[in-house]
Structure formats: C-alpha cells, structure tokens
Design a protein around this ligand. Structure first.
Ligand SMILES: [Zn+2]
Length: 494
C-alpha cells in the first residue's frame, strides 16, 4: 500500500468513526422522557386542543418557534418562523343544552363529550322541535333515492346517519357525506338542525367525536349540528316501534329510503362564534446543509400541530397521539441534528402544520407557497399519530419504493418494528406534496386510533418505547437522505 493510500484509509476510518459518533450522539439525544414532556405540554388543558385559529394553537406555535430559535434554526424568511395564512374557525360557547323532550317534559339532559359532541362547524340555535329520522339524509330523486320524499321535516330536527351507504344504486355516485353537505340538504328541506349518528351495525360503532372536518361549502350560521351516541338516538326512537339497528338493516337490505316521524322532541341551545378568515400559521425552521452543492436540496420533516379544540369551555380534545406525538418528534429530531452536530449535506426544513384537522389546510398552503422550489425537495417525511399502538407502518411505499426500501433497511438493522403493509399515494399532510411530485413517507403506528378524536387521547395512553424507536427511525432516515444516500425518485401514481 502506498503511503497516500494508507493516509486516505486512516482518514476514511477516522471520519467513519467520527460520523458514527455524531449519529450516535444524535440518537442518544432522542429520549422518551423528553418526548413525553413535550407531548404533555402540547396536550395540556392550557392549549385547549390546539384548534387552528385559536389562542390555544398559537401557544403551541410559540412553544415550537421558541424551540427552533433555541436550536438556532434559520427562520424561513430571515425573520420569522411563521408562515401566516387564513383559516375558517368556529368556537362553541358556554352554556349549551341538548335535551330529550317527551310530552312537554324533559326526559333526559345529555352530557357533552359522552352522549354527544357538537360538530366543529355547528351553527347557533335556540329552540325545541320535533325530531324526524331521515335515514342517510340523502336527496337524489334523479336516481330514485330520496330520504326526504314523503316526509315533512319543515321546522323540525332531522336525525341522519353520519356516513353514506356502503352500497350504491347501479353505478351512481352519492352526494358528499360531509356534515356541511348533509346539513345543506336538510336545511333546504326546511329543517332547523341536524343530529348525526354513527352506524349501529358496525362492529365497533364510532363514538361521538370532536371533528372540524366539514367539507366544502358555506357555513350555515343558524343551523346546529350534533353528533349523538347510538343509545341517545334509540331514546329518541323509543315509542316509534323501531330502533336504530333495525332501521339501518331495513334500509340497507331494501336499498329503499325509510324515514320516520318520531314522537320525541329535542331542545337545543348552542352558540358558536364563526370566523370565515381567522389568522393561523405553519411553523417552519431550516437547518442548512453543510455541503456547498447539496445544501440547495432539501428534506422536509413535518407533522401537524393542530387538533380539534375544545367545546363550550367544558371539554377539550388533548390530541396527545393526534398529533402532539408527531409534533414533539419534529422538535426532538431538530434537536438531535443540532446537538448531535450531524454533518448534514442537504438542508432540512422542519415544519409544523396548522389546519390538518379541517382538511390539510396548512400542508396544502405550504405546497402551494413553498419556501424553496418543490423540485429541490428530495423527500417529505410526515409523522401523524406515532405514539400509540404496537408496530410501525410506513405509508407511500407502493408509490415511492426506493424511499420505502431505504427506511425498511434502516428499521431492520436497528429496531425491526415495521410491518410490510404500506399504501399507494401520500395521505394526510403528505398528500399535497405527493400531488406535486415530491416523494413522501408517512410514518404512523399500527393500531394507533383507539382514542382518535376523543377526550381520552391523553399522554398516558402512549406506548413510549415504541414511540421513541419510531422517532429514532425517522431521524436515521433523515440523516441518510441528508447525506445523499437517497436520490429523489419519480413517484408511481398508478
Ligand atoms: Zn386528527
């Protein structure tokens, strides 16, 4: 061996050991204790469920930008970590009422968060009115299906299934199953309010959840929307000769509408403060690459910081898994890169998105207004609900196989926690990036959703060992991509 070669070999050896040490320092700085601490703060009552457009979300954004500042990440516009935009926002006030009335007497006073939840985009109202069961709440007379034919809902409250049927009439598409669309249909038939109910015939019927997903359309500011529990629906049906299971079975087996006037009334009082354009923001920090050429290429590490807020100052949705877990991970990974003195050649953009819960608003806003050209973004790593469950799933694998295989290899070497299931396309906040050709990987735990959008989505439900491994896997993945061990691939759309 020539001297120069030996020198080179020794240098290579030292560099390898050194970068291994850096990687190890980075890894060691990621701890379940720190993750838990951040999740606990983000899901605390003080932040009131982090609804985009509210003070609770702004506190979460301040907390995150302070962290970026401490880590000396670069503000994306040289001054601020905030990418401002406007979002629809609705806040439900206290007091409220939802009671069952029979023969002019209150039979039951229902409890918020247990018997029912308001839909996030409920309108206001103060009335007592008859309740009419209206099946799926679909009115498509052109295809011969109309839950509103032969029944009078004028001045009444309709009770409808939250979702659309699993069957179709020939090849016809149903109108959207969004709360806003079903409310509009009910309103146009003269109804004053709507009670959504889950399918009683599902194996695990969905509980009333907190949700600000409303779909396209205008806000009906004087039209209350509630999601009621199945036993509550049955109390309204009591005396009609039907129960909810029987009604679903009857409609599904005949594929014919079957609406019923009930001899029950509901007393509803709700006041909501609706703003069409409330200010909110994504939080963005940049860690510059150390290679003079590769630093102009970027990796995005993202998660949504927002959740579904509080209702009537009485209940709030902590969103510990959804998605304080992913948000805390973004902060922890940023810290691992900085404190581990990782020699990242490519630049890394850390983003916390607002408005995922009302329809990917923040990630869409970024994808439409990127701070660097999206063609220069090599990959987008999304984390959403990564703290509960028992193994790791990496989405987008069928569309971005090279990226997926890289992650699978790292996982195999270090943790062996990932399953072989994956999917086509981006999903959630990865979707707007995927739609614009950026390779994505979506990290989520399996069996992640037992508390999804419930008041029980709390830090103590997290599987901290799994969570820590997940965050380390994302860090190791980002490190490899940052060091050029992955080249942007053409994503497979079909
Ligand atoms: Zn969610």
């Amino acid at each position: 061996m020539k001297i120069a070669m030996i020198k080179n070999f020794i240098l290579f050896f030292i560099l390898t050991i050194y970068s291994f040490g850096q990687s190890q320092n980075g890894l060691n700085s990621i701890t379940k204790e720190e993750l838990f601490q951040t999740v606990t703060y983000l899901s605390s009552e003080e932040l009131e469920g982090r609804l985009a457009g509210t003070e609770g979300y702004n506190l979460a954004a301040d907390f995150s930008s302070d962290k970026f500042f401490d880590l000396k990440l670069k503000p994306f516009n040289g001054m601020s970590y905030y990418q401002d935009f406007l979002i629809e926002c609705n806040e439900i006030q206290n007091p409220y009422k939802f009671n069952l009335i029979k023969n002019d007497e209150i039979v039951n006073k229902y409890q918020l968060g247990k018997d029912f939840a308001f839909r996030g985009f409920t309108g206001s109202g103060d009335f007592t009115a008859d309740v009419v069961y209206c099946g799926y709440g679909i009115s498509q007379p052109k295809i011969g299906y109309d839950d509103y034919s032969n029944i009078d809902v004028n001045g009444k409250i309709v009770m409808v299934f939250k979702f659309n049927p699993s069957w179709k009439i020939e090849d016809n598409q149903w109108t959207p199953a969004t709360p806003r669309f079903k409310s509009k249909v009910a309103f146009e038939h003269g109804a004053k309010g709507i009670l959504f109910v889950s399918f009683p015939n599902d194996e695990n019927p969905q509980k009333p959840i907190g949700s600000v997903m409303c779909g396209e359309g205008e806000q009906l500011e004087d039209f209350p929307q509630l999601h009621i529990d199945i036993p509550v629906a049955d109390e309204f049906l009591n005396g009609s000769g039907y129960n909810l299971k029987g009604l679903q079975t009857k409609i599904d087996s005949s594929k014919q509408p079957f609406s019923v006037t009930l001899n029950s009334q509901a007393e509803i009082f709700v006041k909501a403060n609706y703003r069409k354009e409330a200010p909110t923001k994504n939080v963005i920090g940049i860690l510059e690459g150390k290679d003079p050429i590769l630093k102009d290429e970027y990796i995005i590490i993202g998660a949504h910081l927002d959740h579904v807020g509080q209702q009537a100052n009485e209940i709030y949705f902590p969103g510990a898994n959804d998605n304080a877990s992913g948000s805390a991970a973004v902060l922890e990974i940023a810290e691992a890169f900085v404190e581990g003195r990782i020699n990242n050649k490519r630049s890394i953009i850390f983003i916390l998105f607002a408005g995922e819960e009302s329809g990917l608003k923040g990630s869409q806003y970024y994808a439409d207004n990127p701070i660097v050209p999206l063609e220069k973004t090599v990959a987008m790593l999304n984390m959403d609900c990564i703290g509960v469950g028992d193994s790791i799933m990496i989405g987008s694998g069928q569309s971005c196989p090279n990226l997926w295989n890289l992650i699978k290899e790292i996982d195999k070497k270090y943790y062996n926690m990932s399953v072989s299931n994956t999917w086509k396309g981006g999903g959630a906040d990865a979707q707007p990036f995927f739609d614009k050709g950026v390779p994505t990987a979506y990290f989520v735990t399996t069996n992640s959703y037992p508390h999804l959008h419930l008041t029980t989505d709390k830090p103590e439900t997290l599987n901290l060992d799994l969570y820590e491994k997940m965050v380390k896997l994302v860090f190791l993945t980002a490190e490899k991509i940052a060091n050029g061990e992955y080249e942007r691939e053409d994503i497979i759309v079909n």
